[in-house]
Design a protein around this ligand. Structure first.
Ligand code: ZN
Length: 638
């Protein structure tokens, strides 16, 4: 289906969070690297209480976390967290290195630095911040980034502290490691100026490259995170958290647009059926009796644990719960997310999907009867739970069902690895920022701005001229690289091997050989940066010839995992000259008759056969020299 995003009024805003590679954390001098398994650590546990006065009006997000009432356990690894992270000691003055890097980014994004940096407290009550808030400061406002579809506004550039790292979660508890808490993060928020999924990808890529070119950011999994907000005409602005892979961005947007369209269709259908949210009544009924002799293992297991089957009738909803809103996700799945998040239950079963899970058609009908429902018009939702969990789960499902009459309820969603999304929590209210009284405001002086100028990352044009002038890349390759996601791999490899391997060898491996293999149908995503590192290590140390790179990569892909890149590098180890000479002698001997018969063709005959054996293992020019030498000596002897 071709979707006209402009007609739908698609608006997308991006929020990019990037960890900075500073020496210390934002408000203490602990290491900004993550602790290892063997780092000695102690554990501290707490219960989080939220005072109503702290929140002002009761915030839905706050209420939600309060309801969950869990024990929070903190791991405190030595050297990676101190009393500041534990909230037992006031924060130290803000890390100036982090401020300067952020100011450099502010300049590169054409934004205006603030006169004074005020650190604010943003309420966060999932336990990922020991203090119950995250410290954040606006450093720049009102910039823009160029895109082929027009400028995309940059609303704010903030410097904030990263949250603690969740390491475990179970019934009634959640465990965090404090090593990540306090690592400086730069947060760039664009205006909702992005109008297509492809444009979102382009802008995210450009912002990521700009951050990377500061040379002051952390790299690797988890060091950069993308959030999106997506809306269409008639829908709602939906926040989507945790898109970890850049390439997933267009898909997440496409699927969210699909979901909002489907939810609007559902709303229209409900209105067409003459239903209204006011007429919907909340009743929960214990229908366990229907299942006393059930053959469903799922239900039997639940009953044997003392759980019961509770039902929520939904008058007039027949067929609505099976409407697919995203690939593999139905309206019933949306309800199930609410039941899981609010009731801690395993999920729900709904009448549109029955018979299933071993529940028979007869049992399905019996539930309709017990609930006094009409099986051709109505629907119901079942959950297997204890009394209290069932109440919370079905209440949440009921609220969500009522919102079906509005269309797209405002909520925060989490991205799944396949690009679909699931309900995460309500959207936080607006009044969640308070001044951090422990840290004095920081004046942004002319001197600071001058210093920041030195840290300003190059523009794409400046990068291009650097690749041509300093790396000696042919201009077309440099131009393609600047626009290609492989630029990151290229820069990494040049950083590691640039002294022993010419940058143009690295560039042509990525932009010519890899793309060539891809067009031959190979899955080049298997050639990871680690694989390339092993190959360039071999080239840099003189173990293999650069000419063997394409062959090694091809063989690596063809072997489908049966050969390691280390093995292949060894197999392609450069021939020593004396070994080459031996091979040439043998080939001449084998072909002596044809050589003597046709001296003018002798070189081609020998060269061709030798190359078949040594290709990729030694430079072709050296082979030609040896063949020429050996042949002339041989022919002279005759
Ligand atoms: Zn610390």
């Amino acid at each position: 289906m071709e979707i006209n995003y402009e007609e739908l009024g698609l608006k997308v805003g991006l929020e990019i969070h990037q960890q900075l590679a500073t020496k210390g954390k934002l408000f203490c001098s602990c290491s900004t690297s993550l602790a290892s398994e063997s780092t000695p650590k102690v554990e501290v546990s707490r219960y989080l209480r939220v005072a109503k006065s702290e929140i002002g009006e009761v915030d839905p997000a706050a209420l939600y976390e309060m309801l969950k009432g869990r024990k929070i356990i903190y791991e405190v690894p030595r050297g990676h967290a101190c009393l500041v992270e534990l909230d037992e000691e006031p924060p130290h003055p803000i890390n100036m290195e982090a401020v300067l890097i952020t100011l450099g980014i502010v300049k590169a994004l054409n934004a205006k630095p603030v006169d004074e940096v005020y650190v604010m407290r943003k309420i966060v009550i999932d336990g990922s911040n020991t203090s119950g808030f995250q410290r954040t400061a606006v450093v720049g406002v009102g910039g823009f980034i160029e895109d082929e579809n027009g400028r995309v506004g940059i609303q704010t550039i903030c410097l904030e502290e990263d949250a603690a790292r969740k390491v475990d979660e179970g019934k009634g508890y959640v465990k965090y490691n404090l090593d990540r808490l306090g690592i400086p993060l730069v947060e760039i928020s664009t205006a909702p100026d992005i109008k297509s999924p492809e444009q979102a990808l382009r802008v995210a890529f450009k912002l990521g490259l700009l951050l990377r070119l500061t040379g002051k950011v952390k790299r690797g999994i988890g060091t950069i995170r993308q959030d999106l907000n997506v809306s269409i005409k008639g829908g709602s602005k939906i926040e989507i958290k945790g898109v970890s892979k850049l390439e997933l961005i267009p898909k997440v947007i496409e699927y969210e647009v699909m979901r909002q369209l489907k939810l609007l269709e559902i709303r229209d259908e409900l209105i067409k059926r003459g239903l209204s949210s006011e007429e919907l009544t909340y009743v929960v009924k214990d229908v366990t009796q229907v299942f006393v002799n059930t053959k469903s293992n799922l239900v039997r297991n639940a009953l044997s644990k003392g759980l019961k089957v509770y039902a929520l009738p939904l008058k007039g909803f027949n067929g609505i719960l099976k409407v697919e809103v995203q690939p593999g996700r139905r309206f019933g799945t949306e309800l199930s997310d609410y039941a899981k998040a609010w009731g801690g239950v395993g999920g729900i079963i709904h009448s549109d999907e029955l018979p299933a899970y071993g529940i028979s058609a007869e049992e399905k009908l019996n539930v309709f009867k017990v609930l006094n429902l009409d099986e051709s018009r109505d629907a119901y939702v079942l959950t297997l739970a204890d009394d209290e969990s069932a109440e919370r789960a079905l209440q949440a499902v009921f609220e969500r069902v009522k919102n079906a009459f509005v269309g797209v309820p405002k909520e925060t969603r989490a991205a799944n690895p396949d690009g679909t999304t699931k309900y995460m929590r309500p959207q936080p209210g607006a009044s969640r920022m308070y001044p951090e009284t422990d840290i004095p405001p920081l004046r942004i002086s002319e001197e600071l701005l001058k210093e920041a100028e030195k840290l300003k990352p190059p523009t794409p044009d400046e990068l291009l001229s650097r690749l041509v002038k300093e790396h000696n890349l042919p201009k077309p390759i440099a131009e393609a690289l600047v626009r290609d996601p492989l630029i990151h791999t290229y820069l990494n490899l040049v950083e590691s091997f640039g002294r022993s391997v010419a940058p143009h060898v690295i560039a042509s491996t990525l932009m010519i050989h890899l793309k060539g293999l891809k067009s031959q149908g190979f899955d080049v995503s298997l050639i990871t940066e680690e694989v390339l590192e092993k190959v360039f290590e071999g080239v840099g140390s003189g173990l293999i010839s650069k000419d063997s790179i394409p062959e090694i990569l091809k063989e690596y892909l063809s072997s489908k995992g049966s050969k390691s890149v280390e093995e292949l590098v060894k197999a392609y180890a450069v021939l020593r000259r004396e070994d080459l000479e031996k091979i040439v002698d043998e080939v001449i001997e084998r072909n002596r008759e044809s050589i003597l018969a046709k001296e003018s063709k002798a070189f081609n005959i020998v060269m061709g056969e030798v190359m078949r054996v040594v290709r990729g293992k030694i430079d072709g020019k050296i082979v030609a020299d040896v063949v020429r030498e050996k042949l002339s000596a041989y022919l002279k002897k005759k």
